[in-house]
Design a protein around this ligand. Structure first.
Ligand code: SAH
Length: 247
């Protein structure tokens, strides 16, 4: 009798355990589905719904799970039409701005790209879907380390993150087909222009003050002649480092 009731008990415990596991899995699947759906809506409404038309960029934005790049606990805000804090006074840019910068940088499959301002690693992940290799530099050590780990654990194996001052570029890996700067600065660092390939594009939020920045695309043609075009007004966190202060 005792044996039977013990068997019964372990059966009930096992049954409840499996049931809980199933409920948990369903909840996880639902969340993943919800995020996928939110991401598709983000692309349709905020990105294609504005003026980004490059199919490859729209695909990359649909692929990269932005909710895994925000603060834990803030995932539910990840697909809103705005930047979000990522700690240390920094932000992950608004999805539309990430897409727009990627589009105007005209990234090709074979391109080697430099990003200044890794932050969460989100822009680097989007670039890595489109380019052959991405190098990204972050000034704040803790952010750089976290982004490096995050990118690695999510399988973005063609991104290398360095902690340092992006003002210098990354001489060992130059020249770059494209350079994206994701912090605002009141002048264009000459070293970044020097490290652009002929035919290369540099995308940079230009302007010192928060209120008065413009997204500029600088191009170096095949003869090395520089030209530029201003795209839209933007609001980026300021570029950090000695070179900025000492000017
Ligand atoms: N691209 C990021 C958002 C960047 S916010 C993302 O997708 O999440 C701007 C980042 O630029 C911040 O993380 C800031 O620390 C970094 N930054 C500022 N000045 C820098 C410099 N001189 N060199 C490298 N990174 C810098």
């Amino acid at each position: 009798m005792k044996v039977v009731s013990e068997r019964m008990r372990s059966f009930v415990v096992g049954f409840v355990f499996v049931l809980l596991l199933l409920i948990d899995c369903t909840a996880m699947l639902q969340t993943k589905e919800t995020f996928n759906q939110q991401r598709e809506e983000m692309v349709v409404q905020q990105i294609a719904g504005r003026d980004v038309t490059d199919k490859r960029v729209l695909e990359a934005m649909t692929k990269v799970p932005r909710h895994l790049f925000v603060f834990p606990g803030e995932e539910r805000y990840a697909y809103e039409d705005r930047p979000l804090p990522i700690g240390h006074g920094q932000t992950i840019s608004q999805p539309y701005i990430v897409a727009l910068m990627t589009e105007v940088a005209r990234i090709n499959k074979e391109d080697v790209v430099l990003e200044i301002g890794t932050g969460s690693g989100y822009q680097a992940a989007v670039l890595s879907v489109l380019a052959s290799q991405v190098y990204s530099i972050e000034y704040i050590e803790a952010l750089g380390r976290e982004a490096r780990e995050r990118l690695k654990s999510l399988g973005y194996n063609n991104v290398e993150v360095k902690i340092g001052d992006g003002y210098e570029g990354w001489p060992e890996h130059q020249p770059f087909d494209a350079i994206l700067v994701t912090a605002a600065i009141d002048h264009i660092p000459q070293r970044l222009i020097d490290q652009l390939k002929p035919g290369g594009r540099l995308v940079i939020p230009l302007g010192g003050e928060l209120e008065n920045q413009v997204l500029r695309v600088v191009e170096k043609d095949s003869r090395g002649v520089i030209s530029h075009q201003d795209i839209i007004p933007v609001r980026f966190v300021p570029f950090l480092g000695e070179h900025v202060k000492s000017r």
